[in-house]
Design a protein around this ligand. Structure first.
Ligand code: F6P
Length: 326
């Protein structure tokens, strides 16, 4: 196996709070271990176009608390093609980058896996997405911060909802995964969460009404996960207007506000641990794995597992939400 002297690091896909903390951890840990670090701007796009700069420890000073990603991110169509990936590989050779650490969500890890197997190239992934939809890790970098942003917003909406006796459908992100909606609903004391994982099993709106939704309450809050499967918050608001007139309904789509903000302590610590572990793994000769957290222990998850498996939703959480929303 070739000796690793220089590692490349990039962030890709939707940004997530804590990506900067992960970048800092990778950079500092690599330098601590005598490696050179090259930061690749705009994800795989920058790898193809050559937007690359060597990073020293001071390049990552004062970023642990910043949301977004200072090395930018992109969703790169060209990297989906064999030609694009070949250009990326050539660039790595030219820059003498011996291994790569990629920070991103499902799409990023999928791209990394294809690339790693096509070129037999060492890559370690870090799960960076607010969606928390990556198998093999209890949490992804950015999820906790987004959850807290949702709570902050829902708490404020509750003030106006109860003043007017209104029903609010609040749409949260998640890209077809209900983690933000379900845990956001439990933590904010919302009445229900409409999530893709169970929308296909039964009509959640009908269930809500059937079980005496709002029997003892005037205002109500329902979190809806954005997804083609749920149809989103507007869809449910329209249904209530048509099927159950009498409710005074409003819709809020939280949108990209959920992606910004200073990372929570949890996300900073998670990003620091996983970033440090990724460098250790590279030095150790490991490749094609994602570093994750399981029962508060850092674990290595093969790309094949992390990408292919759907992360299961804990059904106990559904019960907690239902039992506590009476
Ligand atoms: O994957 C993160 C995420 O924020 C999803 O929750 C959301 O569906 C998507 O990205 C939005 O992507 P964009 O920023 O490209 O609109």
């Amino acid at each position: 196996m070739a000796v690793i002297k220089t590692i490349g690091v990039l962030t890709s896909g939707g940004d997530a709070p804590g990506m900067n903390a992960a970048l800092r951890a990778v950079t500092r840990s690599a330098i601590f271990n005598g490696l050179r670090v090259k930061a690749i701007y705009r994800g795989f796009k920058g790898l193809i176009t050559g937007e690359i700069a060597e990073f020293k420890t001071q390049n990552v000073s004062n970023i642990i608390q910043q949301g977004g990603t200072v090395i930018k991110t992109a969703r790169c169509q060209e990297f989906h093609t064999p030609e694009g990936r070949k250009l990326a590989y050539d660039r790595l050779q030219e820059e003498e980058i011996d291994a790569l650490i990629v920070i991103g969500g499902d799409g990023t890890l999928t791209g990394a896996r294809i690339f790693a197997s096509e070129f037999d190239y060492p890559i370690i992934g870090l799960p960076g997405t607010i969606d928390n939809d990556i198998y093999g890790t209890d949490s992804t970098i950015g999820y906790d911060t987004a959850l807290n942003t949702i709570l902050d917003a829902v708490d404020k909406i509750r003030d106006t909802a109860s003043s007017h006796d209104r029903l609010f459908f609040i749409e949260v992100m998640g890209r077809d995964a209900g983690f933000l909606a379900l845990n956001g609903a439990i933590a904010s004391g919302a009445e229900a969460a409409i999530i893709p994982e169970i929308t296909t099993e039964f009509d959640q709106l009908e269930e809500l009404i059937k079980f005496g939704f709002r029997k003892s309450k005037n205002s109500s809050i329902v979190l809806v996960a954005e997804s083609d499967i749920t149809g989103g918050a507007m869809h449910y608001a329209d249904r209530v207007k048509n099927e159950y007139p009498g409710y005074d309904v409003r819709v809020v789509i939280l949108g990209h506000v959920q992606r910004g903000g200073s990372p929570t302590a949890y996300d900073r610590i998670l990003a620091s641990r996983l970033g440090n572990a990724a460098v250790d793994a590279i030095i150790d000769g490991q490749r094609n794995i994602m570093m994750g957290i399981d029962d508060d222990q850092v674990v290595a998850v093969p790309f094949s597992k992390a990408i292919k498996n759907d992360k299961p939703l804990d059904r106990e959480l559904l019960k907690v939400l239902r039992n506590l929303s009476i």
